[in-house]
Design a protein around this ligand. Structure first.
Ligand code: PEP
Length: 253
C-alpha cells in the first residue's frame, strides 16, 4: 500500500564531476526497481544539473532545505518557488543539522513545512531525539513536540502530501543505528500521533528511517511494519551502497 522511498541526502558534498558519476550509476542500477521510489537531494547549487541528468527517469529530485521567505531582500536564501522551478518535487525540512547548527526551531520548521506545501513541494519532515533525550526516556515526548508544532500550525491535512523521517540524532553519521525494534517502536508512535488526528492520512503516510543506514542493515530495518524506506546520508554518496539500500527497500535482495 505504501511504496517505500529511499532518499539520498548528499549534504555539503560533491562536485559536478562526482555528481555525474554518482547519478549515472544510480540511474543504471535502479531503473528496473519497481518496488521502491528513489530520490537524490544534492546541494542547491547542483540541483539544476542533477535535475537535468535525471529528467525523464523515475529518480526524484529533492532539496535539503528551503527558505521561509518567498522572495525579496533575503541574501543567501532559496525559495520554494525557485526549487519548484528547477524541478524539485520534495524538500527535506527540519533536518537535525539544521535544527542544531542553523537555528531551525520547531516554529521555523513549521513555517518551512507550510512554505513547501504552498509551492506544491512535498516536505520530508525530520524528527528525532538526541542521545541525552533517549537516555532520559523522553524520546516520545520529543517526537510528539516536533510533530505537534507542525500539525498545530498547518493542520493534519498537509500530512496527506508529506513524508516524515525519523532520524535519531545519535544515529546520524555516527555509525550507530537504531535497532529495527527501536526504530519500529518510534515509527508506530509517529503513525499513532497522526492517526489520532486522521486515521486515513496516517495509514498512507510514509515514515522513513534515517541514521547510519547501510547496505548491510537496510533489509532488517525496512522489514519492519511501519518503516517505509530510508533517508540516507553518508551511504548515499557511495553508488554501490545506495543501490544496495534501494534494492533492500524494493525487496529484491
Ligand atoms: C542524515 O543525515 O539524514 C543521515 C541519515 O545521515 P547518515 O545516513 O550518514 O547517518
Amino acid at each position: 500500500m505504501r511504496k517505500p522511498l529511499v532518499a539520498g541526502n548528499w549534504k555539503l558534498n560533491g562536485t559536478r564531476e562526482s555528481n555525474e558519476r554518482l547519478v549515472q550509476s544510480i540511474l543504471a542500477n535502479t531503473a528496473a526497481l519497481d518496488g521502491c521510489e528513489v530520490m537524490v537531494c544534492p546541494p542547491y547549487v547542483y540541483l539544476r544539473e542533477v535535475g537535468l541528468a535525471i529528467a525523464g527517469t523515475k529518480v526524484l529530485l529533492g532539496s535539503q532545505d528551503l527558505s521561509v521567505e518567498t522572495g525579496g531582500a533575503f541574501t543567501g536564501e532559496v525559495s520554494g518557488q525557485m526549487l519548484r522551478d528547477v524541478g524539485c518535487s520534495h524538500a527535506i525540512i527540519g533536518h537535525s543539522e539544521r535544527r542544531a547548527l542553523f537555528g531551525d526551531t520547531d516554529s521555523v520548521v513549521a513555517t518551512k513545512f507550510q512554505a513547501a506545501h504552498a509551492e506544491g513541494i512535498q516536505p520530508i519532515l525530520c524528527v528525532g531525539e538526541s542521545l541525552e533525550e533517549r537516555q532520559a526516556g523522553v524520546t516520545m515526548d520529543i517526537i510528539e513536540r516536533q510533530i505537534a508544532a507542525v500539525m498545530q500550525a498547518g493542520g493534519v491535512g498537509l500530512f496527506a502530501a508529506s513524508i516524515i523521517a525519523y532520524e535519531p540524532v545519535w544515529a546520524i553519521g555516527s555509525g550507530l543505528t537504531a535497532t529495527p525494534q527501536q526504530a519500529q517502536e518510534v515509527h508506530a508512535h509517529i503513525r499513532g500521533i497522526i492517526a489520532a488526528a486522521d486515521a486515513k492520512i496516517a495509514g498512507g503516510l510514509r515514515i522513513l528511517y534515517g541514521g547510519s543506514v547501510k547496505g548491510s542493515n537496510a533489509s532488517d530495518l525496512f522489514g519492519m511494519n511501519d518503516i517505509d524506506g530510508g533517508l540516507i546520508g553518508g551511504a548515499s554518496l557511495d553508488a554501490a551502497e545506495f543501490v544496495t539500500i534501494c534494492r533492500a527497500a524494493a525487496g529484491t535482495n
